[in-house]
Design a protein around this ligand. Sequence first.
Ligand SMILES: C[S@@+](CC[C@H](N)C(=O)[O-])C[C@H]1O[C@@H](n2cnc3c(N)ncnc32)[C@H](O)[C@@H]1O
Length: 225
Amino acid sequence: MSVKPVIELTADGSHTLFIPELDEHYHSVNGAVQESTHVFIEAGLKHCLKDKIHIFEVGFGTGLNAFLTLSATRNLSKKIYYTAIEAYPLAEAVISQLNYANSCNPQEKELYHKLHSADWNKEIEITDNFYLKKIQSDFTNFDFKKITDKIDLIYFDAFAPDKQPDMWTQEIFDKLYTVSADDCILVTYCAKGVVRRMMQHPGYSTERLPGPPGKREMLRAVKHT
Ligand SMILES: C[S@@+](CC[C@H](N)C(=O)[O-])C[C@H]1O[C@@H](n2cnc3c(N)ncnc32)[C@H](O)[C@@H]1O
């Protein structure tokens, strides 16, 4: 996949990217920030009650989910260890045009840029309670042994299964389950039955939840041991 994204405005005024070769957007055109907040923060992060949370994101992309997570936990006593995998890091020329931090105070704007300027493949302290490790790698052949701490929360934010079926395989969900901690929560905007069954196969309990505006449902899976 060659990535030549086009910046577009979504219905809530926040940007998304469109990949013409895939005919696919990074987020819902009904509202990028609205969707990410609904799926990953409200249905995921807010249900993870641990004080120390290891998050694993599939597809770092614009850094929107990392930024929303950082903002939601800044004034909490929780420690966040955020690992994100990305095969196609965005060019600075694209990142610098995205409007996610435009209405934020200067300190938050700086944090958004810090997420992007952080070195790849190293754990970087972004704030005293938020540590980021961006891994530049192809998720479809990722060596899960590189995950040394069990994951408490998974943001599964790959392109849709019909666009990138190799990101949504039984093997991948089985591997994610083996690196999931007890009570690990996995959230995704996708609500397909075939994806739900792939999550259930290794042992996740799954539920369909109301989706963000414009999408009827989404999925949340939990590892109950
Ligand atoms: C739906 S977008 C979401 C990105 C990000 N979470 C965001 O909010 O901007 C999917 C992301 O997966 C990345 N991706 C595509 N194929 C990949 C692969 N084989 N391995 C890792 N990342 C991949 C894309 O480059 C893109 O950043």
